[in-house]
Ligand binder design. Structure first.
Ligand code: GLA
Length: 359
């Protein structure tokens, strides 16, 4: 009898607060959502993988040894080939197989379908390789190491210079908790996120974004320039007094990072105190900062935020890389459903749900 297929699931993520802080050694407070990507893998003889993207009705078949880092296709194949390439580069003896992927996170929506894809694929490929394929390696069961590997897929194979927010949230999220991440130390802490009759919803601004193509990489370069100009090892060491030494818009970018870090800890305090009402103004302040200091908003995002506020939200803000994508809003008990809103709830992180080494 043949072995049952390996089934790996990785969630997308929402970010309560702490935006554009991850690549600046700052703080964030994301959570894993229930929606995600499922990768179902079965071993096949030979040194190739056949990946079927069920939602696209497309497939990709390639040799495990092919390293096509420089040949970007601009679609889901870059993530797949990148994940295979990075696992090989990490020394994993991958096995040939057939992998079907399908997802419930809308692509390009700001809920990080891409991290979910990389993480689900990695878990499936590692399970396919088995213990024998990972002998003598730093265990990739170390989820921070795996998050870094997945992040290299985005950086080096897709061309989006994103940080570790999405991958850590997908790998380390737990049900009913947000995850406070300190990106300087990569220390993570689970913070109870008990909503009771309150709701967290996401709304689509209707504007698609890709990290590789939007202002995201430009913002990243700007904060890096600011760090270098200040002569600091990390923007985490920047002080408000330093802002006067920076030209516009770099001073505004850094001010956003400093104040956003402080808002993350204010949100953590509010959650520990069970004071959801206190979160609303923090979300609003984060949004205003991303719009006015980070220049990451668009007209469509502003319209969506305004409409959900008018519908009774206690607070709302753009979420993820910005320049389109998704809005997150906090609704007090009894708020009528705003048009187009979808509930998001803090859910379990990535896992093997079936197969050889189920967790
Ligand atoms: C995207 C990136 C993350 C993070 C956010 C902004 O989601 O993938 O690494 O930088 O934008 O907070």
């Amino acid at each position: 009898m043949s072995a049952p297929p390996i089934v790996a699931f990785a969630p997308g993520r929402a970010n309560l607060i702490g935006e554009h802080t991850d690549y600046n050694d700052g703080l964030s407070l994301p959570f894993a959502v229930a929606e995600g990507v499922t990768a179902t893998a079965e071993p096949r003889p030979g040194d190739f993988v056949l990946v079927r993207a069920l939602d696209h009705g497309e497939e990709d078949r390639f040799a495990l040894t092919s390293d096509a880092r420089e040949e970007r296709r601009g679609d889901w194949r870059d993530f797949v080939r990148g994940t295979v390439g990075e696992l090989s580069a990490a020394g994993v003896a991958l096995r040939g197989g057939e992998i079907a992927i399908e997802g419930t996170v809308p692509e390009g929506s700001g809920l990080s379908s891409s991290a979910a894809l990389e993480v689900a694929l990695s878990l499936a490929l590692l399970a396919l390789a088995g213990e024998a394929g990972q002998r003598g390696l730093t265990p990739l069961s170390d989820r921070v190491a795996l998050a870094r590997l997945c992040s290299r897929v985005e950086n080096d194979w897709v061309g989006a210079h994103t940080g570790l927010l999405d991958q850590l949230a997908s790998l380390l999220g737990t049900a009913d908790h947000a995850l406070r991440i300190d990106f300087r130390t990569l220390e993570t802490r689970s913070v109870p996120l008990v909503l009771g009759d309150w709701r967290l919803v996401v709304l689509d601004s209707g504007e698609r974004h890709t990290h590789a193509g939007s202002g995201y990489n430009e913002r990243r370069d700007e904060t890096e320039r600011a760090r270098a100009l200040l002569g600091l090892e990390s923007l985490r060491d920047a002080r408000v007094e330093d802002l006067a030494r920076l030209p516009d818009p770099l001073d505004r970018r850094v001010r956003h990072v400093l104040e956003e870090n402080a808002r993350v800890d204010a949100a953590v305090d509010a959650l520990h105190a069970g004071d959801l009402a206190a979160l609303g103004p923090l979300l609003d302040a984060s949004h205003a900062s991303l719009r006015d200091l980070y220049d990451a908003s668009t007209d469509a995002v502003e319209r969506t935020v305004a409409s959900v506020r008018a519908a009774g939200a206690a607070g709302a803000r753009m979420m993820g890389g910005g320049f389109g994508g998704q809005i997150i809003a906090l609704l007090p008990p009894g708020t009528p459903d705003p048009a187009g809103a979808r509930d998001v709830a803090p859910s379990a992180g990535a896992r093997l749900t079936r197969g050889a080494a189920s967790e």
